[in-house]
Design a protein around this ligand. Structure first.
Ligand code: HEC
Ligand code: HEC
Length: 311
């Protein structure tokens, strides 16, 4: 009898382990959000009048044709000002534990202040934003309906954050695999196994396959460090934090080239090679790269529905 109980416990543990051993969690198929606010947020997200020279909108650097990211290594803001890092995707960013490469914003609402006021991005002050919004019949009416008052800077941030909440990319092949709705090809499955056994999943895991911890770029073999980039060192001034960044999400990664905080790498293949070398300390074989790329492509989800819906 004892033996049976023992065997039963061991089997139960093994099963539980098999289920929880997937380091990646599927995205929900939908999230709850306030539809009216999100639609207002979408209009704001697309509106270049929110920048100092009226030429740059959020969408200019977070392109819906490029997985919510910027295809340029570094972005160009209003008055042609050049940024210093590659713009990460806004898709699924709601699920990141912090926002920005160094996590300096705690959530999307706090984040949105950054680009609006950054002289290298949109370069506006809150009063200018309010003046513009209050001068527009469309916005005056929309804010009054939703927030019950004339447009304010704070309500604009709230609406933008609500829109971003809706920017999720559900039902990628890998999530469907996790939900047991489909199978991976042999190559994709081999890539997933490598992702776990080689150690990628120690940093890229959870619902966003990243986005939930700060890690060093160059953990084993140093990656060149440059002064003035938004790494953790920029916040803490502790030398150990040089080149420490929020681990980027790998969802939709095939769409969001170029890669790394400096946008220095054009292809996914080269990004994986560099990643394994700098952070795991070895070179990947061509065959391993092929399998990993096949796996990573299963992380491409559906385009967020709110983008395609009538404006
Ligand atoms: C001129 C280009 C540019 C514009 C315009 C811009 N962004 Fe960004 N965005 C960036 C860059 C570059 C970063 C990374 C900056 C950093 O981490 O220091 C970023 C980061 C973000 C992030 C954080 C994502 C993450 O994973 O950390 C979000 C969310 C975001 N932007 C939303 C917006 C919104 C909303 C607007 C409009 C109000 C906007 N952006 C306008 C370039 C831009
Ligand atoms: C020690 C933690 C760690 C490990 C292990 C690790 N990564 Fe990363 N990964 C990061 C960090 C941090 C970044 C951001 C680096 C930067 O931008 O400078 C990153 C960036 C990436 C990027 C580029 C993302 C983008 O949007 O620019 C890809 C692709 C990637 N990793 C894949 C992998 C794969 C595949 C493996 C396994 C072979 C792996 N990583 C192992 C921490 C890690």
């Amino acid at each position: 009898m004892r033996l049976f109980i023992y065997l039963f416990v061991i089997t139960a543990l093994a099963c539980a382990n098999a289920v929880s051993s997937d380091p990646i969690k599927p995205l929900p198929i939908a999230v709850e959000y306030d539809r009216k606010k999100a639609e207002l947020g979408r209009a704001l997200f697309m509106d270049p009048n929110l920048s100092a020279d009226r030429s740059v909108a959020c969408v200019s650097c977070h392109s819906f044709d490029h997985g919510g990211a910027d295809p340029r290594p570094v972005s160009i803001g209003s008055h042609g000002n050049k940024g210093v890092v590659n713009a990460p995707t806004v898709y699924n960013s709601y699920f990141n534990f912090r926002q920005f490469w160094n996590g300096r914003a705690k959530d999307l609402k706090e984040q949105a202040k950054g680009p609006l006021h950054n002289p290298a991005e949109m370069g506006m002050v809150p009063e200018e934003i309010e003046r513009y919004l209050r001068g527009s019949d469309f916005y005056t009416e929309a804010f009054r309906k939703i927030y019950g008052r004339a447009p304010t800077h704070d309500d604009a941030l709230d609406a933008i954050a609500e829109f971003e909440k809706a920017l999720i990319t559900p039902n990628c092949k890998f999530d469907r695999f996790l939900r047991k709705e489909t199978k991976l090809s042999k190559l994709e499955y081999r890539g997933y196994k490598l992702f776990k056994t080689l150690g990628c999943a120690t940093c890229h895991n959870g619902i966003n396959v990243g986005g939930n911890s700060f890690q060093k770029m160059g953990l084993i073999f140093q990656y060149p460090w440059r002064e003035g980039l938004p790494d953790r060192y920029d916040i803490t001034n502790s030398p150990a934090d040089k080149n420490v960044y929020k681990v980027p999400t790998l969802r939709n990664i095939e769409l969001t080239a170029p890669y790394f905080h400096d946008g220095s790498v054009k292809t996914l293949e080269l990004a994986l090679k560099k990643m394994a070398y700098h952070n795991l300390g070895f070179d990947l074989s061509a065959e391993e790269i092929e399998a990993l790329v096949a796996f990573l492509k299963t992380l491409t989800g559906e385009t967020p529905r709110i983008i395609g819906e009538s404006r």
